[in-house]
Design a binder for this molecule. Structure first.
Ligand code: ADP
Ligand code: MG
Length: 285
């Protein structure tokens, strides 16, 4: 089977020719299928951003190989192949200010497809579709500097969406946002995944966000230490704590209630789940 993205024994070292090389990725094997919705978590310095930059050839492995739809990012000194890879895998970073290039919303979203030499009418269609999908069509003529950080991040995502990618990689896109902006970004990504089948790879340090994904990969010291559905990952609380991460609040509360003898269902991850579970218990008393 051909994977959307296939990391084969990927290692990456910064400054390999220096006295202090940093082995940021160590023999990573990671496969992403089309339409997946996956979060990557891990403590600071565990290699998440280095991993992200390998998805579309911004960095290439020191050893091993990354394949995007079977195309190697390493052999892409043929520029054509790298352009193809970047069309398929879009990238969104933490700070939208570093990613946005125009001052007006719709011009910014058009920037990517314009660079691909796509006909004007098609660009118009793509820009309108991207803006509507992300619920920011009404801001299309606004100056970007008037938008909130969350709205700016949606513009950055719209710019990537207008390239018609199969996959979007986001490196801590919510780190600088307020809770409302975070919620908007997360819900928009869920919609892109559900309605357009776009695979989402979402790097975050918020455990409360990771629980909304179908799959969670945990990085530590340049390795992927755990990989599975969030219910399986967060129920291994001692492993999660060993890596230096938190357990999502709802899971932690449910765990403590169970330990104190409350018959709460195991595997709870979301606050809403815990509340409805407790309400059911109450009605039985
Ligand atoms: P994360 O995103 O999980 O915080 P990074 O991928 O940024 O982790 O970093 C992984 C390791 O690589 C860290 O030890 C970091 O200090 C190091 N590193 C990151 N970028 C560079 C760089 N440009 N040069 C040298 N070392 C780097
Ligand atoms: Mg990082």
């Amino acid at each position: 089977m051909e994977y959307l993205i296939d990391f084969r024994n990927v290692s990456f070292t910064y400054g390999s020719a220096t006295e202090n090389p940093v082995h940021a990725l160590k023999e990573i094997n990671l496969r992403i299928k089309e339409g997946e919705f996956i979060a990557v978590i891990g403590p600071n310095g565990s290699g998440k951003s280095t991993l992200a930059r390998h998805f579309n050839g911004l960095l290439t492995p020191t050893s091993g190989e990354v394949l995007v739809h079977g195309l190697s990012t390493t052999n892409s000194n043929q520029e054509k192949q790298l352009i193809e890879i970047r069309k398929r895998v879009g990238m969104v970073f933490q700070n939208p200010d570093n990613q946005l290039v125009s001052s007006i919303v719709e011009e910014d979203v058009a920037f990517g497809p314009e660079n691909l030499g796509i006909p004007q009418a098609e660009i118009r269609r793509r820009v309108n579709h991207a803006l509507a999908t992300l619920n920011i069509f009404k801001y299309r003529r606004e100056s970007i500097c008037h938008l909130s950080e969350g709205q700016k991040q949606l513009v950055a995502i719209a710019g990537v969406l207008a390239m018609k990618p199969d996959c979007i990689v986001l490196d801590e896109p919510t780190a600088l946002l307020d809770p409302f902006g975070r919620k908007q970004v997360l819900e928009s990504l869920k919609k892109l995944n559900r309605d357009e089948g776009i695979a989402i790879i979402f790097i975050t340090h918020f455990m409360s966000e990771a629980v909304y994904f179908d799959r969670v990969a945990v990085m530590d010291c340049g390795e992927i230490k755990m990989d599975g559905p969030p219910g399986d990952i967060f129920s291994q609380s001692s492993l999660i704590k060993e890596v230096g991460l938190d357990i999502p609040v709802a899971a932690q509360l449910a765990d403590e209630l169970i330990q104190r003898g409350f018959p709460v269902a195991p595997g709870i991850l979301h606050v809403e789940e815990l509340v409805s579970n407790l309400c059911q218990l109450k009605s039985k008393i």
